[in-house]
Write a protein that binds this ligand. Structure first.
Ligand code: ASP
Length: 422
């Protein structure tokens, strides 16, 4: 059986078991014990196994990628094309989201008592998030932090600062191109060694994936409040419709036109990545899989995937941008805030910017979105309304986020004269 089929089976079994336990065993000791002593730890071990490889992999792959591209002008050219592609795909995503939310107007379907209930039951969580958002801020400091004063401190925290890590690796790569080859060869060898060993470990971790994915999905589906999905039905449908349009419309178009590759075949080649993204809800945790699968299945060379994909995992979040646009407008509708055209343009710009700034971790988008809400005069506490369904939407948007990254890597590979594996 192929790896992605096994993972898919794990996903289905985990989801079915979770939904059934949620219906028939809610609040029982058996379910609680299964979650606490079985599915939660198993899921976490799988996640940790992937995440523990992210830092060495990003460091080695970005610095080697830059060193192998070699010529700085060429690197700048690839970087510019990558950035423009990210911008195009993300902007299209937000525009789709805004068009849908303006025509469906899901906010008009939310009954007043559901709104009051949700605001009350998620208020403390919302207040905490608002606090985080205020502490994070969204000023020029974010740009300053890209250049880490102390790289170890930037990395050695629960959510490492990926942009700082990428910047450090970029500089090391550039440094390598500037030093005499025989002097720097040992360092390159070490980085290559780290890269290869990391990939080997990821392949071991992916052997665990069918079980890890089943456990992660079980943990989510057995705890999920399905009533909420119905209460917020129109909103959820708007977001999912947007994701579907972006996935099959925009991605197919980009893959066909920019990467000159059959879109359906492309999606099939990256199934494992999509399944990992769906179950982990994290672009960062999926990154090792994204890099290995795009090299092995699509033949995207390491120097391109190693450079484009870490940047993508951190900066290119199509699903997140679409979700933010829809959510901000949905909440504006719920609170009766009429947004003018120019305010909607601000929502588009800010959704793109905050999707770049959001961390590739579960619910990474939420704190920054709170700031956007404030900017257009929607009460920040309103975020409470959607928190209950965020996990499910997060799983879906992360699939778009990582798939978008690979479409970009495929495009860059094609323009660099690479023949992609069919
Ligand atoms: N979970 C998303 C990711 O990792 C970020 C978000 O939209 O919250 O890509």
């Amino acid at each position: 059986m192929k790896r992605h089929t096994k993972i898919f089976l794990g996903l289905i079994i985990g989801a079915a078991a979770g939904v059934l336990s949620n219906k028939f065993l809610p609040g029982t000791l058996l379910l609680e014990a299964t979650q606490k002593y079985f599915s939660d730890p198993l899921g976490k071990i799988f996640l940790n196994m992937l995440i523990m490889m992210v830092i060495p992999l990003v460091f080695a792959s970005v610095s080697l990628g830059v060193a192998q591209i070699g010529d700085l002008k060429h690197l700048g050219n690839i970087g510019l094309r990558t950035a423009l592609y990210f911008l195009l795909a993300t902007t299209l995503a937000v525009i789709i989201g805004l068009a849908l939310v303006n025509s469906i107007r899901p906010g008009d379907y939310l009954p007043e008592e559901t709104k009051t209930e949700l605001l009350a039951s998620y208020s403390s969580q919302a207040a905490e998030l608002k606090d985080t958002a205020e502490k994070t801020g969204f000023g020029i400091q974010i740009l300053v932090n890209v250049v880490p004063r102390n790289p170890v401190a930037a990395i050695a925290r629960p959510n490492p600062d990926m942009l700082a890590l990428i910047f450090l690796a970029l500089m090391v790569g550039i440094g390598i191109t500037m030093v005499k080859k025989e002097r720097v060869q040992p360092l390159v060898r070490v980085l290559e060694g780290i890269n290869d060993v990391t990939v080997a470990i990821i392949n071991i971790a992916m052997k665990l994936a069918p079980f890890g994915v089943a456990a992660l999905i079980f943990s989510v589906t057995s705890r999920f409040g399905y009533d909420l999905l119905i209460a917020l039905g129109m909103y959820v449908i708007t977001v999912l419709l947007g994701f579907t349009l972006h996935f099959f419309g925009v991605f197919s178009f980009l893959v066909r036109i920019f990467a000159r590759y059959n879109p359906l075949r492309f999606f099939r080649k990256v199934e494992t990545v999509m399944l990992t993204a769906f179950s982990t809800s994290s672009s960062n945790a999926t990154l090792p899989t994204t890099i290995t699968v795009s090299q092995e299945n699509l033949g995207i060379p390491a120097k391109i995937s190693g450079f484009v994909l870490p940047l993508g995992a951190t900066m290119n979040m199509n699903g997140t941008a679409l979700f933010e646009g829809v959510t901000v407008l949905f909440l504006a509708q719920v609170f009766g805030v009429d947004l003018t055209l120019s305010q909607q343009v601000i929502v588009v710009i800010m959704s793109v910017v905050t999707a770049v700034g959001a961390a590739g971790v579960p619910s990474g988008a939420i704190p920054l979105m709170i700031i956007v809400l404030g900017m257009v005069g929607v009460p920040a506490e309103g975020i409470a309304i959607i928190l209950g369904v965020d996990r499910i939407l997060d799983m879906c948007r992360t699939v778009l986020n990582v798939t978008g990254d690979i479409t970009c890597a495929a495009y860059i590979a094609r323009t660099e004269g690479v023949e992609l594996k069919q």
